[in-house]
Design a protein around this ligand. Structure first.
Ligand code: ZN
Length: 398
């Protein structure tokens, strides 16, 4: 159809039709025990496995998935995320975004890695996995194992970037600034804290829906670097407290800060895209955990691996986008080497990734004799989110 390459890399809202389940590969992998065996064979017979993780693995940490097991939107059918173009060009949309994000941040800040993040990190420690590409923006792989090579395909909630001067900011101090500029909202947040059963719908990118509030009154600061820059003196005006009154500009509005997470309608950063591709190219197998690959940016990495003749493994509850193509060796059906195999050439199982990986670690440690640290999910690496934010800022090259 001739889509321009630049357009195809825009992050789009995943389509909503349910994805059909897929028969297990190998066909013997119908129980948790046989699935564990198959995934163990897959990892033991790979030189370097790259993990590609999705929202499914953060559900156990309390973060919602976009989709339920059948690939449908179970969370919040009315949810309409803010689009990149609206955020960049419309002050009212930025107020709306920051209001919701302000309220949602506390929930994101307190989530901890779960056993799946811990198991992935242990697989890396044991040398069975070379690193991770994640679609998740929650930093949980990094909190669990800060030294593991991680590509944050869709950016991070915890790092902000000025779209004009490209200066990076940590989220926690920015949140404090939002508290200062929005005392009424700050009180509301306090009320939320003390009323656990207050009905709140939280969305995967960290914002929440609050009925009956005026988002347009929410106040946010401009990028201080740009505000101080005489070039933008007439374009950025603030009130006595330093909150944005208006930001003007034709086309390029100066001093707008945005989380580095990729918004819908926004392109992936070229460096991140390249890094992810490089890591696929350097691996000899790819293992998908907790993702239906509904976003094109993730699906195409698995397709890339497949096209290079690499091995594909998928552990996901529910269907995966276009997955019959991963098992078809050109004859229009699942090739015999997959469904009759033992998992070595490819694996597709529908079990919880946490259950599977814990079993797999037991097998691998027994067979390979390599011991890995058993960190509890709650403790994680011991690194707190603020330390991590500073680290992530360093790692994020503008
Ligand atoms: Zn700036």
């Amino acid at each position: 159809m001739g889509n321009a390459p630049a357009l195809t890399m825009l992050l789009r809202i995943p389509y909503t039709t349910p994805l059909p389940s897929f028969p297990p590969i190998p066909s013997s992998a119908t129980t948790l025990a046989t699935a564990v065996t198959a995934v163990s064979n897959f990892l033991l017979n790979s030189r370097s496995t790259l993990v590609l993780s999705g929202a499914g693995i953060s559900v156990a940490s309390g973060l919602p998935d976009y989709r339920g097991p059948q690939g449908t939107y179970t969370l919040n059918k009315e949810y309409r995320p803010i689009f990149y173009g609206d955020f960049v060009h419309k002050d009212a949309m930025r107020r709306r975004y920051w209001a919701r994000s302000f309220l949602g941040w506390r929930g994101v800040e307190k989530v901890r890695p779960n056993r799946t993040h811990v198991s992935v990190g242990r697989l890396w420690e044991g040398g069975w996995v070379g690193g991770v590409i994640t679609q998740n923006v929650d930093s949980l792989h990094s909190i669990s194992h800060p030294d593991m090579p991680i590509t944050n395909l869709h950016g991070l909630l915890s790092t902000l970037l000025c779209l004009t001067c490209r200066k990076k900011f940590a989220r926690s101090p920015f949140q404090q600034e939002l508290h200062r500029l929005n005392p009424t909202w700050s009180e509301y947040l306090e009320k939320m804290r003390s009323t656990p059963d207050l009905k709140i719908k939280r969305n995967p990118d960290g914002d929440i829906d609050v009925p009956g509030v005026e988002y347009e009154k929410f106040r946010y600061p401009p990028c201080q670097e740009c505000f101080k820059n005489p070039v933008y003196k007439d374009q950025i005006t603030v009130d006595d407290d330093g909150a944005v009154e208006s930001i003007e500009g034709d086309g390029n509005v100066p001093g707008v800060m945005k989380p580095t997470l990729v918004f819908f309608g926004e392109s992936l950063r070229e460096e991140v895209k390249k890094e992810a591709e490089q890591r696929v190219d350097n691996a000899d197998s790819i293992l998908v955990l907790g993702s239906s690959l509904a976003t094109y940016s993730a699906w195409r990495l698995v397709k890339r691996a497949k096209d290079q003749g690499k091995k594909v493994g998928i552990v996901n509850l529910g269907g995966v986008r276009g997955e019959d193509g991963f098992w078809d060796d050109g004859e229009g059906k699942v090739a015999a080497r997959y469904h009759l195999g033992d998992g070595t050439d490819g694996v597709r199982v529908e079990f919880d990734a946490g259950d599977v990986l814990e079993g797999v670690l037991d097998v691998l440690e027994r067979i390979d004799g390599r011991r890995t640290t058993r960190r509890t999910p709650v403790a994680g690496s011991g690194m707190n989110r603020r330390e991590l934010e500073l680290r992530e800022i360093e790692m994020y090259a503008p």
